[in-house]
Design a protein around this ligand. Structure first.
Ligand SMILES: Nc1ncnc2c1ncn2[C@@H]1O[C@H](COP(=O)(O)OP(=O)(O)OP(=O)(O)O)[C@@H](O)[C@H]1O
Length: 278
């Protein structure tokens, strides 16, 4: 399913600004995300990608402007938003099974609801199957691989049947095979349910084929458009205020030349990790 450009937006920023102290992260942000649309949010460390997600989650107030979900002001704890937070591996020894992690999403914040209720169990089984995690649903999460844990987190985020899925670096520290598996899972959700996706990543390459639009944050400014419009040497040089080069190798894109001492953070394209457009 391709995003329907005539459909009412799921998510809208209007003249939105955010900063901390004297530091501006972005201002004058106007953005409409339609059902089924895949937006990748790129930018160096500290450019405000996570803060952007927090404004959508109602956890961070804008300095000015508005952010609305289906036309109404966003509110904290809205079940129509699924969230995969930036997270490290769950260590061994954490007394949770895979299915318990998913059940937390089903129960939302209603602590005390018996996890063992039949309806919850059925829903958890469904979600485990959806994300291909049935085989290890009963294992302790700390014993699972990063990719397996991430599948469970996707299952947890999908529990509320979201119209909008926010993903904060969901491929971090996954190997290529698991990067593909997890990104395909997220892509399938948006195709089958028309769920809009906002996907924060330092490397756009694993999802380049899925991305409809890019929001690139840097130097207190942003650029927004299709990958072909944004991932260009002239556009990003203007954004960073210094010459940077967008290089292409086959299907992959790399941004080179972002100075380490850049005022808004440093370059992500760590040559040791072979990653791309950041
Ligand atoms: N509540 C806060 N109070 C003050 N400063 C904050 C607050 N939240 C975030 N910041 C600052 O705002 C900037 C943007 O942070 P944010 O986490 O949104 O960046 P990011 O683009 O997600 O970075 P990364 O790629 O490193 O995860 C950082 O410099 C951070 O220190």
């Amino acid at each position: 399913m391709t995003p329907d450009s005539a459909a009412a937006p799921v998510l809208s920023f209007a003249d939105a600004s955010l900063g901390f102290g004297s530091r501006i992260l972005w201002r004058g942000l106007d953005l409409n995300i339609r059902p089924g649309e895949f937006l990748a949010v790129l930018g160096p460390n500290g450019s405000g990608k996570t803060s952007l997600l927090k404004t959508i989650l109602g956890q961070q107030k804008l300095d000015s402007g508005s952010v609305t979900l289906a036309g109404a002001a966003v509110r904290h704890g809205d079940r129509r938003i699924g969230y995969i937070p930036q997270q490290k591996l769950i260590p061994a020894g954490v007394p949770l099974r895979g299915r318990d992690l998913v059940a937390l999403g089903v129960n939302g914040h209603r602590f005390g609801v018996p996890l063992a209720s039949r309806a919850v169990r059925r829903r958890v089984d469904e979600l485990l199957a959806d994300v291909g995690a049935t085989a290890y649903g009963d294992q302790p999460v700390g014993e699972l691989s990063g990719g397996e844990q991430q599948r469970l987190r996707v299952g947890q985020a999908l529990a509320g049947d979201p119209v909008l899925l926010l993903c904060d670096e969901p491929l971090l520290s996954l190997d290529l095979q698991h990067q593909r598996g997890v990104s395909e899972l997220i892509d399938r959700r948006r195709r089958e349910h028309n769920t809009a996706v906002v996907f924060v990543t330092h490397d756009v390459n694993p999802v380049l084929g899925m991305v409809d639009r890019i929001l690139y944050l840097a130097a207190g400014q942003f650029r927004e458009g299709t990958p072909a419009e944004v991932l260009r040497s002239d556009v990003l040089s203007e954004l960073y205020g210094t010459p940077v080069e967008v290089l292409r190798s086959g299907e992959r894109v790399f941004v080179a030349g972002v100075p380490d001492g850049h005022a808004e953070g440093h370059h992500h394209a760590d040559p040791h990790r072979g990653e791309g457009a950041s």
